[in-house]
Ligand binder design. Structure first.
Ligand code: DGY
Length: 325
């Protein structure tokens, strides 16, 4: 008998056909209140779940007694209680690698947009207010040759370092749990303690996952260590940063600008003070959002789910202990 899969993210026709060849699929295509009610109704039959952008906590998963695997269409796994899943021997997989380069591109887009004030000045043109040549009040700051500071030197951090070092001639400094000699060699990068990185970098870029240890890592004390020329970039998770402290730092000129793809709450409240600050470029969590990459992520998730439901170890298994058990 085919396994039951609940899909809470739409797939391309090709991937849908592949999944349907192996499983009975229930598609929940919106996560509004009606969609969530349908999801709750489908969970009691589910052997597998595939989707993203939904907090799957014990309250929901207790409704799924036969659940064997969750394939998240994301690299981040902060929407899951990994201890709970492991205890229930539910295999959790994610989609690393395929989104690395695209997410680093997003990081660089934010670096360039904030430094050169691309959005703010494009809006001046769009508003028909470009009446004379720009002067110092509209000038930006250079990117090439400036110091790129990366916090969290994982795959995405490395891809950012590659762009900065080879593309823009930027000295790279980084902070991570442990020094990475191979990265240091490839990009001529240097390890720094967190306070030293914050004091030294022209661009402070967050690329680390949200965990209990990183939640609120960057707050008022950390912003105070940055300088008035520092540009802060976040392509990791909003909750790694104390958003209120960041707003203060941006308002008070403690830092120059911020390029933000992630927020404490998403979607960002339209009333957020961030949206009234000219020195903020805010994007709607588009790190991996290209046609090619989202399809590659979905393909990877389908592979992981089918492997798990077929009794094989998924390539991108997150909770290895659940497999060992
Ligand atoms: C990821 O893959 O984790 C992206 O941030 C999308 O959630």
């Amino acid at each position: 008998m085919k396994k039951q899969v609940v899909l809470y993210k739409k797939l391309s026709p090709t991937l849908m056909a592949r999944l349907q060849a192996q499983a009975e699929v229930t598609l929940i295509d919106t996560l509004d209140s009606e969609g969530l009610a349908r999801l709750r109704a489908a969970l009691p039959r589910a052997h597998g779940l595939l989707g993203a952008s939904l907090k799957l906590d014990a309250g929901l998963l207790d409704l799924a007694p036969d659940l064997q695997a969750i394939a998240s269409v994301s690299v981040g796994v902060d929407n899951y209680d990994i201890d709970y899943l492991t205890e229930r021997r539910i295999l959790l997989s994610n989609t690393p690698d395929v989104l690395t380069e695209t997410t680093a591109d997003t990081g660089f887009a934010l670096i360039l947009a904030t430094a050169r004030r691309v959005v703010e000045l494009a809006n001046v043109v769009r508003a028909g207010e470009w009446t004379r040549n720009v002067g110092p009040a509209q000038f930006g700051t250079d990117v090439h040759g400036k110091t790129l500071g990366i916090i969290g030197m994982g795959r995405i951090g490395e891809a950012l370092a590659q762009r900065g070092h080879f593309g823009f001639g930027m000295p790279v400094i980084y902070h991570s749990q442990t020094p990475k000699p191979a990265v240091e060699q490839r990009f001529d990068a240097q390890y720094r303690s967190l306070p030293h990185l914050l004091q030294e970098a022209d661009f402070v870029c967050l690329t680390l996952p949200l965990t209990a240890a990183t939640e609120g890592l960057i707050g008022a004390r950390e912003f105070a260590l940055m300088g008035p020329e520092t540009i802060f970039i976040n392509i990791s998770r909003g909750k790694v940063v104390d958003e209120a402290a960041m707003i203060e730092a941006l308002r008070d000129g403690q830092i120059r600008a911020a390029g933000l793809d992630v927020f404490e709450r998403e979607p960002l409240n339209p009333d957020s003070p961030l949206l009234r600050l000219n020195n903020v470029v805010a994007t709607p969590h588009i790190g991996s959002a290209t046609h090619e990459t989202r399809e590659a992520m979905a393909r990877c998730a389908v592979d992981n789910l089918l492997a798990a439901l077929g009794g094989e170890r998924p390539k991108n298994l997150v909770n290895v202990q659940a497999w060992k058990a």
